[in-house]
Write a protein that binds this ligand. Structure first.
Ligand code: NAP
Length: 286
């Protein structure tokens, strides 16, 4: 059996086209959605991510700008900027690109963003709302994965779901979303005993490990839906997921490729969160 491929690139494009009308409607009412991305330092990968985020907004008619600081900037300067943006009525979303330099207290910076502008969904208030099953902003990568399930007509209710990885950015919020959707969820980490025992009984397997080709075909239940969140750079410069795609393609029922799978969905859901923030604000103003 060859798995059906869930095409994240095509879905991302379809969703972004659909966002344009919402952006136009908001702009006409004086609530043009606006996102500010704060970048501290000059990490080349972060610079690419930030550029893609800003350009993604501009391409669908939103307002977006980046604020950059030298890596040596002090935390107070960045916190002052966040306070200014929190008070700016034209800005609906604020994102601080991670990782921050070592002299920053990352948690303190993320908590400084107003919860109703926290389009990354990392503020404790938004994490709590998600845990309670009443999410306001869903972290973009797992939000994108949920959209892929929707597109692939994957019914999650009563399914065995296994998430490999327990990070705050991917693994944990992914697990919460799957719990909220009615799946029976197991979250694995680097200390998990007999990982294969868990993965082989998964109807839904999400890999967010950060290790190239970590999930091999023998770890996958025949017919399972395999979601590859990983983005790893191989020595030859090529991108590779956490899943051994060629190996799992013959076992899985549905699978996401890398590149062209979860990756394009992440920025798309950042746009979605910013538009949702602007829509909420517009509704309050009406
Ligand atoms: P992370 O913070 O490094 O977390 C990795 C997780 O994998 C940890 O919980 C770790 O367990 C677990 N792990 C490591 N080795 C393991 C093993 N042998 N068996 C089971 N679990 C193991 O990474 P992340 O931020 O979640 O990102 C994961 C991957 O997704 C990376 O490749 C990253 O580049 C990619 N990513 C992609 C997107 C996107 O847009 N597609 C967005 C974010 C991240 P411990 O907690 O025990 O250490």
């Amino acid at each position: 059996m060859t798995a059906q491929i869930i095409d994240g690139k095509a879905l991302a494009e379809e969703l972004r086209q659909g966002f344009k009308a919402r952006v136009e409607a908001l702009t006409a009412k004086g609530h043009k959605p606006g996102l500010v991305v704060i970048l501290v330092g000059a990490d080349p990968a972060s610079e690419v991510y930030v550029r893609n985020k800003v350009n993604g907004c501009l391409a669908i008619g939103m307002h977006s700008e980046k604020v950059t600081y030298d890596a040596t900037v002090d935390q107070a300067t960045v916190l002052d900027k966040i306070a200014e943006l929190n008070a700016d009525p034209n800005i609906h979303g604020i994102l601080v690109q991670l990782p921050l330099p070592k002299h920053f207290d990352e948690e303190k910076v993320l908590e400084a963003i107003a919860a109703d502008k926290d389009v990354d969904g990392f503020h404790a208030e938004n994490v709590g709302a998600l845990a309670q099953g009443n999410p306001r902003f869903i972290p973009c990568t797992p939000y994108g994965v949920m959209k892929m399930f929707e597109k692939g007509n994957v019914d999650l209710t009563g399914k065995e779901a296994v998430v490999i990885g327990r990070s705050n950015i991917v693994g944990k919020p992914m697990a919460l979303l799957l719990i909220n959707a009615g799946a029976t969820v197991t979250v694995c980490n680097s200390r998990t005993q007999d990982l294969k025992f868990h993965t082989r009984r998964a109807d839904i397997l999400v890999a967010a490990v950060g290790k190239p080709k970590f999930v091999t075909g023998d770890m996958v239940k025949p017919g399972a839906v395999v979601i590859d969140v990983g983005i790893n750079r191989l020595p030859d410069g090529k991108l590779c997921g956490d899943v051994d795609y060629a190996d799992c393609l013959e076992v899985a029922g549905q699978i996401t490729p890398v590149p062209g799978g979860v990756g394009p969905m992440t920025i798309t859901m950042l746009l979605a969160n910013t538009i949702e923030a602007a829509e909420r604000k517009a509704a309050l103003a009406d």
